[in-house]
Design a protein around this ligand. Structure first.
Ligand SMILES: [Zn+2]
Ligand SMILES: [Zn+2]
Length: 283
């Protein structure tokens, strides 16, 4: 499973040289699940047997980190949305595969504030806010209700509803014996932490909301975000193998995050702050 960090920023995109290391674009993670033992050249088409493994290409959120993502030519693309806040959607109209005729895209999200995924999308991507609805792009798009548990090819997805204004979904992706948990836009206060601890248990890679410092959190309770130091305490003993904090606050520039990361690593050497462009191979 190959994981690429495409967008790390929370709330709003930023720009400038001081964001070069950790990134300026909002939330998006790309996951490609492929059978590394199989020669990609020996496809079903060539063998004529129709038994080749489908390459699953998943995007977790579509903040503007998704802009410029190069999708594989024959993969099955799915986009899973944690929720419908604009920082998690704003790159979608610029996702290249949407403009490819004959390309199929499946999108999944839980209903939010009484709106299904297609109703929420239509509300945002329509005049006068945007000239074109997502359904008007050349690709074939299919919007789906997010089930608690489902399969995309050989990738199994479990979801968990977590604490955030208006709600947010956490995802656990399992492929063969590998797993990844994406848990952002989540606040520990009032959350059922036992459920969260079970959800992240023994995962290979945990990508977790790290928006606020301890000092900032005092002024931002109820905004729906977490604190790395608190997360390390609450998740202690859950057995994750690697931890990336993401959804960086807009004013957390490279020098701020580098200093903070150094401190975090002293208590948890397998934790770091997500960097745009970072690629993690699992398995
Ligand atoms: Zn967000
Ligand atoms: Zn949010």
């Amino acid at each position: 499973m190959t994981v690429t960090v495409l967008g790390t920023r929370g709330s709003v995109p930023v720009c400038g040289e001081k964001y070069r290391i950790f990134g300026s674009a909002t939330s998006c993670i790309r996951v490609v699940a492929h059978d590394s033992g199989r020669d990609e050249g020996s496809s079903a088409k060539e063998s004529g047997k129709g038994d080749a493994a489908q390459v699953e290409e998943l995007y977790l959120d579509a903040g503007n980190g998704i802009v410029g993502a190069e999708a594989l030519p024959h993969s099955h693309i799915s986009i899973l949305f944690t929720h419908m806040h604009i920082d998690h959607l704003l790159g979608l109209p610029f996702f290249k595969p949407l403009s490819e005729k004959g390309r199929r895209l499946d999108m999944y999200a839980a209903p939010r504030e009484g709106l299904s995924i297609s109703e929420a999308m239509d509300r945002l991507f329509s005049p006068p806010y945007w000239p074109l609805g997502i359904g008007a792009y050349p690709a074939d798009t299919y919007m789906h209700y997010l089930d608690k548990s489902f399969d995309l090819g050989a990738v199994h997805i479990d979801t968990l509803e977590v604490q955030h204004p208006g709600g947010s979904s956490a995802f656990r992706l399992s492929f063969k014996d590998m797993s990844l948990v994406y848990l952002t836009d989540f606040e520990h206060t009032g959350a059922d932490m036992e459920k969260v601890r079970n959800f992240v248990k023994d995962t290979d890679l945990l990508i977790y909301d790290g928006q606020y410092s301890l000092e900032e959190y005092d002024k931002c309770r109820g905004y729906g975000h977490s604190v790395p130091e608190v997360a390390l305490e609450l998740l202690s003993g859950t057995g994750f193998k690697k931890l990336l904090f993401t959804h960086h606050a807009p004013d957390h520039d490279d020098s701020f995050l580098l200093k903070w990361e150094e401190k975090i690593k002293k208590s948890c050497p397998i934790a770091s702050f997500a960097r745009a462009g970072e690629v993690i191979e699992i398995g």
